[in-house]
Design a binder for this molecule. Structure first.
Ligand code: ZN
Ligand code: ZN
Ligand code: ZN
Length: 362
């Protein structure tokens, strides 16, 4: 259970610091972060209107109102009937407000209609403001991430015993999702199974390719457990690895380990990326590491902080993100190792703990 009062108070403080007189949130994770309620992603508008001067109102389609938990007493609910115009209602709630932050994921249809209501009112994206609130996790949030990571670690370990060759990527991906749900996740949104040359495409969509001996397979999967995300990548090899794989894998492991070890409060996200990147580049694979080193994780699989080259974002205790360098040889193979880590008071905790060596399977 989240403390809605506390979160709304923090939001109001951030809003006045940013000189905002209101915040409007619709679909996405910002709304449940503040209120515990996740809006349905449909053509019927849900919008939470938080004013710096006090009033907080959840404008919600009448048929969804029963799902809104108002027991905190921290906000009012304003259900709108099927033939009412919710944009009008939001505009009324914003009377006298000149600067509004609006959730990044709000449908443009509603954002544009709201803009049209009052030409003098200024609208700005709420992304930065909300990231500031969500980027440092509470102990309870880190605990939830730890639980989600433990589930996917268990799935990785269990996969060593199954048969891989002769099966399609789609078939293996489905089994991966089933096991993730069976392990305790409520959702399993993604399960990348990228075999052989397909591994060179970091976000490969599992397809009909049949896994065969000699394949290196990138497994990158996760979902949500108790509202928080998991995301891990491990490598599997059917029999003997392809040419050049072992040499590159040794480099990748040391890059992933060194980047993890470099995490502590005060270090920049850019420095963590540079640690992984320089090891891979010095070994001659620089051109094959084609993405950032990691991304923040929490209620969303991808959120702040981004572990990207040049980022001046300083790490603080309670931040959580992935460390996932990769090496991708087009037409041959790909490899990636991904852990979720949390910044502690004096260093780092790796939330994923399954063996990072590649697993040999049949
Ligand atoms: Zn990814
Ligand atoms: Zn990731
Ligand atoms: Zn991943």
């Amino acid at each position: 259970m989240i403390d809605v009062d506390d979160r709304l108070a923090r939001a109001r403080r951030a809003m006045s610091d940013a000189d905002m007189s209101a915040l409007c949130l619709s679909v996405g994770s910002d709304l449940p972060y503040l209120t515990g309620y996740r809006a349905m992603d449909t053509e019927r508008l849900t919008m939470f209107v938080l004013r710096t001067d006090g009033r907080a109102t959840m404008v919600v389609p009448e048929l969804e109102a029963p799902r809104v938990d108002t027991s905190s007493g921290s906000f009012e609910i304003r259900p709108w009937a099927e033939l009412e115009d919710p944009v009008r209602i939001v505009d009324d709630l914003l009377r006298g407000v000149d600067r509004v932050a609006i959730g990044d994921q709000t449908w443009s249809r509603f954002a544009l209609a709201l803009q049209d209501c009052d030409a003098a009112r200024r609208w700005v994206p709420a992304g930065e403001l909300m990231a500031g609130l969500r980027i440092v996790k509470s102990d309870a949030e880190i605990d939830a991430l730890r639980g989600a990571a433990a589930t996917v670690d268990g799935v990785v370990d269990d996969l060593v015993g199954i048969r891989w060759s002769g099966r399609s990527e789609i078939d293996l991906s489905r089994e991966l999702k089933d096991r993730t749900l069976g392990g305790g996740h409520q959702t399993a949104e993604f399960a990348i199974v990228a075999s052989g040359p397909n591994g060179a495409s970091p976000h490969h969509e599992p397809g009909r390719r049949i896994v065969e001996p000699g394949d290196a397979i990138v497994l990158d999967f996760g979902g949500h457990q108790d509202g928080y995300a998991s995301d891990t990548t491990r490598m599997f090899v059917v029999g003997t690895p392809p040419d050049g794989f072992d040499e590159a894998f040794a480099v990748l492991r040391s890059a992933q380990e060194a980047a993890t070890a470099a995490v502590r409060p005060g270090v920049t996200a850019g420095a963590i990326d540079a640690t992984a990147r320089s090891i891979i580049a010095d070994a001659g694979y620089g051109e094959y590491f084609i993405h950032r080193t990691g991304h923040g994780i929490g209620m969303d699989v991808h959120e702040h902080p981004y572990i990207v080259s040049g980022s001046q974002q300083e790490l603080e205790p309670g931040m959580a993100f992935s460390i996932e360098p990769g090496i991708y040889k087009p037409g041959e193979w790909g490899m990636r190792i991904e852990d979720i880590v949390a910044v502690t008071d004096d260093g780092v905790e790796s939330l994923n703990r399954s063996d990072r060596a590649y697993r040999i399977v049949t």
